[in-house]
Design a binder for this molecule. Structure first.
Ligand code: B12
Length: 296
């Protein structure tokens, strides 16, 4: 077996079904650099190596051929004081894989009846189940159709768990979005729900939003905070772009920014570097962090 770095990189890329140019775009590199890495002509810097490991969700040891264990390293962030039994997340995913939607929904509703807060449903049941589905997909144990089905049904549950729309929250207005091409929205939608439940007003703006349109919202609504999500590091430049436009504009400089999502998980200081006011690893942490920012 060829365990060279170049070969490992080529196989990982092909497994993800992307070409060299697409991988280069994700990581802010040129296609030639990727070709050189794959042909073992050049070797990347330590920062690029870590970005590659994050992108493919494998360990550096696997990338460098020291182990054949390619299990992804990202596990969904857990509560320190998780209130839901981890087995519930496994049962939820199992029900989804069997297309037993009533059973999956019941796991959530019964948990609520036993006093488990919704933040725990999101952080301890749904998020780990989705991560596990991603891992199973990567190992070839689930196909794309199954993974899409699980994501879409979970999205429906997130909508059902949302606050009654007839309730107008009294708290500060928070605009939330997934910058640029970032289409991973389940995490931020859970965050939106949790913030609404905690009394904040949330305007969710989705993704692929031109900056001018965000500006329109900021000009017409009393937004006090923006929540930005990024799952893929390749989308961080678009998040950074929004941050820079906000900070250079006198009208918007006072608006607080909180960030989150998997792109931040392995770089604990990244949120500070991009100038955000806060970062949170999951929905429970988000509520605490947002309250802390507003209390300051
Ligand atoms: C579901 C899913 C999708 C769905 C998304 C559906 C949707 N409406 O969101 C679909 C099918 C569209 C999709 C597409 C793709 N995906 Co995808 N996807 C996933 C999967 C399986 C689960 C993601 C998820 O929802 N997790 C659960 C949520 C709850 O977790 P979370 O986002 O981390 O959110 C929590 C915290 O981070 C935090 N949080 C999140 N956002 C915010 C924001 C703020 C402000 C705060 C404070 C906190 C916060 O709170 C949340 C609750 O605890 C992951 C697998 C995995 N390991 O995660 C892959 C994964 C994220 N996808 C991946 C990839 C590569 C892709 C595609 C490029 C695939 C392709 N070849 O087309 C596209 C890219 C789309 C794009 N342009 O963005 C990779 C990303 C690798 C990387 N790190 O770069 C992963 C990791 C899969 C893998 N192992 O390779 N995907």
């Amino acid at each position: 077996m060829d365990r060279s770095f170049g070969n490992r990189l080529r196989n990982l890329r092909k497994f993800k079904n992307i070409n060299q140019q697409e991988l280069a775009n994700e990581l802010g590199l040129s296609q030639t650099s990727i070709a050189n890495y794959e042909n073992n002509v050049r070797f990347p810097s330590d920062i690029i190596l870590v970005n590659l490991a994050d992108y493919f969700q494998i360990s550096l040891d696997y990338l460098l051929g020291r182990t054949d264990e390619s299990t992804p390293i990202i596990i969904a962030p857990r509560h320190d004081n998780s209130m839901a039994d981890p087995a519930l997340s496994v049962r939820y995913l199992d029900a989804m894989i069997r297309n037993n939607i009533p059973e999956a929904w019941q796991i959530l509703t019964l948990s609520t009846k036993t006093g488990i807060p919704n933040t725990s449903l999101y952080d301890d049941i749904l998020a780990p189940a989705l991560s596990e589905a991603g891992i199973m997909w990567q190992k070839g144990e689930l196909n794309i159709a199954q993974e899409h089905f699980i994501s879409l049904e979970t999205e429906r549950f997130i909508s059902l768990l949302r606050q009654n729309p007839s309730i107008r929250q009294a708290g500060p207005l928070i605009a939330s979005l997934a910058p640029g091409e970032e289409n991973h929205q389940l995490g931020i939608r859970m965050v939106n729900n949790a913030l609404e439940e905690a009394g904040f007003n949330v305007m969710f703006l989705g993704s692929q939003l031109p900056y001018d349109n965000l500006q329109f919202i900021l000009d017409h609504h009393p937004v006090r905070m923006i929540a930005l999500t990024a799952s893929m590091r390749g989308h961080l430049n678009q998040l950074q772009f929004i941050m820079e436009r906000l900070r250079e504009n006198d009208r918007f400089r006072h608006i607080k920014v909180i960030v989150g999502g998997q792109a931040f998980i392995h770089s604990p200081e990244l949120w500070k570097k991009i100038g955000a006011d806060g970062y949170a690893i999951n929905t429970a942490d988000t509520v605490k962090t947002v309250k802390r920012i507003f209390d300051k």
